[in-house]
Ligand binder design. Sequence first.
Ligand SMILES: Nc1ncnc2c1ncn2[C@@H]1O[C@H](COP(=O)(O)OP(=O)(O)OP(=O)(O)O)[C@@H](O)[C@H]1O
Length: 285
Amino acid sequence: MVNPDNNAIVSIRGLSNAFDGRYVHRDLDLDVRPGEILGIVGGSGTGKSVLLRSIVGLQRPVAGEISLFGSDMASANETERLQIRQRIGVLFQQGALFSSLTVTENVSLPLIEHRGLSTRMAADIAAVKIAIAGLPPHAGDLYPADLSGGMIKRAALARALALDPDILFLDEPTAGLDPIGAAAFDQLLLTLRDAFGLTVLMVTHDLDSLHAACDRIAVLSQQQVLVVGPLAEVAQTDDSWIQSYFAGPRGRATAKSYPTDDNTASSGSHVKSDGFGSPPRRTND
Ligand SMILES: Nc1ncnc2c1ncn2[C@@H]1O[C@H](COP(=O)(O)OP(=O)(O)OP(=O)(O)O)[C@@H](O)[C@H]1O
């Protein structure tokens, strides 16, 4: 039985995932607190996406317990699982919108399927979600092929928000966006967190996002969460990958861009500002 810690909205204990006997995670623990933006980082292949997939039920672990909103997913019955799934929003890479449907139809779909709304009512609510996601009203009539990369992310976000989730799971939400679009997306996440109390768990390689948006950062390494905490603490962890990530040339350049009390670039030591009025994003990626 999972024992949720600190009212964690997601509580993971002893999680193991393996493919053909090769372990990606072994005995991994992690808690996600309500109202936080938690960033997951780690080297390529450390299992960040597999972790997200396990939490949202797309990957069956070989061991461990995952509790969402205090309910253990493995022992939940189908009705409970459905209720839990409706409280989560997911935005995976590429957006995964239906190409044959307009943005409004894409966002309406979960409202029609899970809330039983008429097409008309669902479209009205979809219009609100599309606006919240920062798209202009006419975007609702467009098809995914007509959208820019940034607009696709926002349309996918609008769909993820359709059912008013309590938590959003995002897999590299700023990947492929230009620096201005990526910074705007970070700000949008902060606004959603602050305005709606949304909790966000996001996998990201984006150092700017870690600085601008994340309350805490979890580093995956050696099949486990090596360290989790505010960026300033994590960046000082005595680990070679963490040091090369946060205190390497890019990590130092990013840290310099963000105002802190003690912005010593060598340690990468930094606690994020309260979000709005973010500093300029680096353009030298
Ligand atoms: N369905 C699968 N079948 C077999 N192996 C898989 C499967 N899904 C993931 N893996 C393996 O699990 C490991 C972790 O994959 P994952 O995609 O979670 O890494 P990641 O940390 O997200 O990497 P990246 O940062 O490069 O996206 C990889 O070695 C990958 O090949």
